[in-house]
Design a protein around this ligand. Sequence first.
Ligand code: GCU
Length: 682
Amino acid sequence: LAEDGYRLWQRYEQVQDAARLQAYRQALNELVVQGNSPTLTVAQQELQTGLSSLLGQPLAAVKSPTKQNILVAGTPSGSALVKELATAARLKPLGEEGYLLLTTAKDGKQYTVIAANTDIGVLYGSFHFLRLLQTQQDIGKLSLASSPKIKHRVLNHWDNLDRTVERGYSGFSLWDWHRLPGYIDQRYLDYARANASVGINGTVLTNVNANALVLTQDYLKKVAALADAFRPYGLKVYLTARFSAPIEIGGLKTADPLDPQVQAWWKQKADEIYTLIPDFGGFLVKANSEGQPGPQNYGRTHADGANMLADAVAPHKGIVMWRAFVYSEDEPDDRAKQAYNEFKPLDGQFRDNVLVQVKNGAIDFQPREPFHPLFGAMPKTPLMLELQITQEYLGQGTTLAYLSPMYKETLASDTYAKGKGTTVAKVVDGSVDKHRLTGIAGVANIGTDRNWTGHQFGQANWYSFGRLAWDHALSPEAIADEWIKMTFTGEQEFVAPVKNMMMNSHEAVVNYMTPLGLHHIMGWSHHYGPGPWIKDKHRADWTSVYYHRADEKGIGFDRTASGSNAVNQYFPPVAKEFGSLKRCPEKYLLWFHHVDWDHQVNSGRTLWNELCYRYSSGVDSVRQMQKTWDSLEGMVDRERFSHVKQFLAIQEQEAAWWRDACLLYFQTFSKRPIPQDLEKPA
Ligand code: GCU
């Protein structure tokens, strides 16, 4: 049997711990799922096959209890038993997606209850319950309630209709447009199951660099077939809307959002979509950015554009996710400032069903970025956080970088918008400004590779995105812990070192690529490998020298008052911190400051020596990961062991390449020696 990672974290292997196994077998004698719906059917299937496999014995599903120890799943409206066992008072606050896991007894019978207000809540609760067994937790006295903090938890696929994937490193697009709508690949269902298991409830099928063709009848029928396949799993379908579609496929002369004919075209298009897909989620739009058409082509604002689409989908309860990733063709004094400058003045002008989707940082998914200054700056507009799961700037398909700590760093950043504690997470979950419409997006790393994500450890980033989207209070350690146990094994001798390796992996990549706040010094256009020397492109902000600004004196982008003053876009306590050479967190130092080569940093080293040290320690960390992985041989199947081993060897070469290329290049400015004691041989 191929152990190629296809089953993700849903392997459901028999519980190893004998005492636990016995307790589980005793508590789970039969399964009762009352009620009838496609969602309950998949919940029942998942519980029955998952538990039979985890317990190593078949679990019977019946309509009413015949045994003493019963697992029951359902809603109070669909199941009399659930209504009796789960108190309404506990269920009510859990909303449309939350659930309750409960151990209770009645009439001499022992019950384990998975209860929710809705069928989809039951499915989410079922996956949580399975996770408890997969990670060998005690299920003896359950009393656990969970509901998502953010409403729309959405994957963004940058998939083209020809099945290539922009910034995709795991094969081609999952969507087999040619065979749709007639053929529903089992893979679509497995994809939906995986998403439901972590609470992802939306998927944008197409690239933000959009193709209007997907909005034509033929394609919409294919989209509808996917939506039908995903529906039982609570996964809504969205599409990207190309702003010029009324011209390209509608035969109009303009796409001006204030033109009544254009407005009518989009309304009619929305009606057509909703006829085919009654629960269509809405549109994601990239406009007036990197050559994409948009309202500014007609002298209109982003709000004009977003509102036109919002009005078209509003009667059907659709939403518009309008992206704030914009920067000008004309050489700007600082690309980092543009989104804020363009969007902040529009606060309050968007319709109720519009979210503005903001990347975690102001440049572009760099290995590390300080949080985007728009968070907290648009209190009247719900802001959706966009994270990148695919590793465009993080070594792409062959790099082991566990991104949960990076996501968490953004979520936990304090904007000070309403005083201390106004974190990005609280802006995004709506609690700061009392927004009910909330969202979070992750640019997917999923493709046709057998293991879905190219790198076996890329699965952990998909998984973490979902877990954090549901509950941003979770810790990256806890998420890694569950993922490892479900994906590989629960043996501590394996879990502890792998967790340690994962937890250090992102920092290692930052160190050997862009330490101390350096950014955007990758190879031109493809963003793979080092390219700090890139200059003389037709746009200054598409060169590397624009970002690192190395000269004989020092290195870094001065974004303080003496430079572009981008720091001023942050609320005063943050602006002061980032703007002070002394107080600026070292991880953002060269993001905000141009620093002398001989400036002394926290370690006591000069900046130049620290740079050398960081590059070199990044490489050392990868070598450490290799040693760790090698020491685990035999604890995981040969196929996945060898896959990771080979990728780590590639990563080690790339890390050394980054270190050597960057240090030798920057040395042409610093004219200082590379400290020899850092040059540890492999
Ligand atoms: C980056 C990426 C592009 C993508 C863009 C976006 O610039 O390199 O491929 O289209 O982000 O997010 O719109």
